[in-house]
Design a protein around this ligand. Sequence first.
Ligand code: EPZ
Length: 493
Amino acid sequence: MDAFIIHGGRRLRGTLRIHGSKNASLPLMAAALLTDEPVVLRDVPELSDIQNMCRLLESMGCEARWRVPHSAVTPRVVTVPAKVAVAGGGGGGASVAMGGSSGGGSRKVGAIPRAGSGSIDAMLAPPEDVNELTLHVTDPTSSKADYDIVRTMRASICTLGPILAKRGFARVSMPGGCNIGPRPVDLHIRGLKALGARISLDEGYIVAEAKRLRGARVFLGGPFGSTVLGTANVMSAATLAEGTTIIESAACEPEIEDLARMLNAMGARVTGAGSPRIVIEGVDELHGVDYTVMPDRIEAGTYIMAAAITNGDVILENCPIDSLVAVIDRLQEIGVEIEVPKDDCSKVDRLRETIRVASARRLEPVEMTTQPHPGFPTDLQAQLMALLCLADGNSVITEKIFPDRFMHTAELLRMGANITRNGPTAMITGVRRLIGAPVMASDLRASAGLIIAGLAARNVTTVHRVYHLDRGYERMETCLQQLGADIERVDRD
Ligand code: EPZ
């Protein structure tokens, strides 16, 4: 089983391109079940969760074929010296050598002002050579999502709506337990039942049947707000229902907007995605599409905090800043310098921007409560906690989405942090330094928090069970190495 060995204390520097989003890709991939034509997805991250979804789709008769450009073998990391030399003043471009097995091509970038000399408003267009995943249903006979795959990845549940809507029958294993707390799917079932599905439970499988779903008004609000994958399931299913569906208290996450964008490109009629009310006019069929996945806001937030905790100076490309407003707000509040391109509001949704993150001092404490989007995401809670362990004072974090999501706390205490927890609230008293130690990853985002702590800690941190990380971060150790971190992956059987 792999582990990461981190020698902490190095300032991160350089440029990194943010990968496509895991949490957008999974429901986009499931939506390929809604059509008989090929669905081509670009910039899908190469993660174990994505591989598991491919396995699941293939077991349901949907072929999955990757085209990975050779330059994707190593991450597209451009090492930019601290002071960027620009040929000629304003509009002139400078060529920057690209990392990559092919030795990298050069690519014209916009004018970048000298580092540290004011705001960055140059945009680096994302490279063309992103990977491609083609999904094509060729054998619609099996509508079963097997327990053996579903137990490895809860997001398998988002195949339920598409397969039921397209084939009239689905047998999907109930997802099991999860380290971050109870994760029922009652809202998914409530939504699909409202569209006329007959649903029962049989030997741990959700069995759903409906000759054709019927449009209806569906309320998806639960005890912790709405449900992201529940909204994805019901919205996808409603695209092929007879009549109009109105989802009330829908999740407003950017990944839902991305899904709606792709569904509409397939011929669906979805309006209101990104707001709590989504309207879907059902159609008889959907066609194929060629779609580029949105960048990963949680990966971006994680690297922003890695740069901040090391007092680094990092440029992040392909960064979905408008899906990180609450995060950028909190981080600027505690003293992290985050330079974003000048905003003349000409672009409503700034999905692929270049930002600079720098920090050169001890950060301030802060209060933060996780909330559904556009609030502070629960998937960045552990990373922020690690950062606040070194802040100058007392911070308070309240976890409102998964009240038990604190597996990382005990491990941070092992590194010398000072944290007291009371139910869904943790108080973090900043310490001068963290000390490296062997720690155990328990879930995807908790492990990212431990990596961030290890980057700043004195001595050596060994993070065990990094398979958790591989579920959501593409080649994290290589990306961090390129930014100057001393981190390596070792096999620790
Ligand atoms: C998505 O999970 C994400 N996963 C999670 O990210 C993320 O933490 C979560 O949304 C919240 O933002 C993917 O997109 C693949 P929910 P999802 O249904 O949709 C309760 C990561 O690290 N609830 O929005 O499964 C539930 O228990 C993962 O990448 C019900 O009560 O989460 C929770 O308290 C971890 N009944 C709250 O709602 C239901 O039927 C929000 O859960 C469904 C959910």
